[in-house]
Design a binder for this molecule. Structure first.
Ligand SMILES: Cc1cc2nc3c(=O)[nH]c(=O)nc-3n(C[C@H](O)[C@H](O)[C@H](O)COP(=O)(O)O)c2cc1C
Length: 339
């Protein structure tokens, strides 16, 4: 824990570094933090936006929302109260400003959430035959609702519909040469190249989805998981994840402010799920394409705009899950005022 008697500078730097553990689309970590006395600013890093997959920056903004929530969790665990202004000055790349308001008591819950940040990860193996208990699903949805984001659990007939929408989205993406080239840069052995300022691997060191978190064969799932274009090396069993639950995170509007909150809700709900022993896999293919995103909206009977689909389940307790994915060094995501 940092010293509460300072002006919070150390806690702000620690919060920005902790936010680096947040999940992001293809592990692009599309954020930059700027530290000033008493404030921490979150900026979108457009150099790491997926120009083909995510031209509007919706997944970038959701990803930055997860980092924002992680930073606030870290501050609470360090005993700092803070306020958040989202889009504080009308600049679309200045996503949020965190302002410290003073010391506050550290709760056991805050410490637990901060510890969970280190444990959370994406486990794409098939889930076990044990269904997630209703109480856990309720707790996860309740957590998302605290951020104004709804979590709709799909009925079996809706799961079949999601499967069809997701596979059509992936088929459409797979036909697009530019899309395949972009994916090849960010996933697996990074066979692609061509984005500026990248290392020999074709993407900045410390980013991307490495082969060891991608299943070695396509898992048997009701809703197809992301096809990363090349098989990975993560061993999986032959199980079919029939006991998985599927959800759609959605809200009333569909603008950058809503995507940011969706990311905060995703982070909060994912930490709650992790604490309850529930694995979460975001599935964004269906929201990446306008036509299939509209179909997801119809699946919600028009009650809101879909941000992300999620698979939830109980992970295999007997075999090690995937390792943690790499992260950019903090020096590349945190800047300071010139002295
Ligand atoms: C907005 C968003 C969309 C994502 N979409 C997918 C997806 O469609 N399929 C998938 O397997 N993982 C998806 N992920 C998970 C990321 O690939 C993962 O968070 C990232 O590689 C970092 O790994 P970690 O979660 O294990 O830390 C998504 C994550 C976010 C935040």
């Amino acid at each position: 824990m940092t010293d509460n008697h300072d002006d919070g500078a150390a806690a702000l730097v620690h919060a920005a570094a902790t936010a680096g553990h947040a999940p992001s689309i293809h592990n692009t970590q599309p954020w930059r933090w700027h530290v000033r006395p008493g404030t921490l600013d979150l900026h979108a890093e457009r150099d790491r936006q997926l120009g083909v997959t995510d031209p509007d920056g919706r997944l970038l903004t959701i990803s930055c929302g997860t980092a924002l929530h992680h930073a606030l969790v870290a501050l609470a665990a360090e005993g700092w109260a803070a306020t958040v202004d989202r889009f504080p000055d009308g600049n679309p790349d200045h996503l949020a400003r965190i302002t410290l308001t003073g010391p506050q008591p550290v709760t056991a819950e805050a410490v637990r959430h901060a510890q969970t940040i280190q444990l959370r990860h994406t486990d794409r193996r098939p889930v076990t035959d044990t269904p997630v208990e209703a109480a856990a699903l309720d707790a996860i949805a309740k957590t998302a609702a605290e951020y104004g984001v709804n979590c709709h659990y799909l009925r079996p007939d809706q799961v079949v519909e999601l499967a069809s929408v997701a596979s059509r989205a992936q088929a459409a993406e797979g036909l697009d040469d530019d899309w395949r080239a972009e994916l090849a840069i960010w996933a697996g052995a990074a066979l692609g190249a061509g984005i500026p300022d990248v290392g020999a691997a074709g993407r900045p060191a410390g980013t991307g989805v490495p082969a060891d978190v991608v299943p070695e064969t396509a898992p048997q799932t009701t809703v197809p998981g992301r096809d990363f274009g090349q098989p990975g090396t993560l061993p999986i069993d032959a199980g079919h994840d029939l006991a998985a639950s599927y959800a759609i995170l959605y809200g009333r509007e569909d603008g950058p402010d809503d995507w940011l909150r969706a990311g905060e809700a995703l982070s909060a709900a994912w930490l709650t799920a992790t604490e309850l022993g529930v694995s979460v896999v975001p599935m964004s293919a269906a929201v990446e394409i306008d036509v299939t995103r509209a179909e997801l909206r119809r699946l919600l009977a028009g009650i809101g705009y879909p941000y992300l689909a999620l698979r939830l389940g109980i992970p295999d307790p007997d075999h090690a899950g995937p390792p943690h994915t790499p992260r950019l060094p903090a020096e590349q995501t945190i800047t300071f005022d010139e002295p």
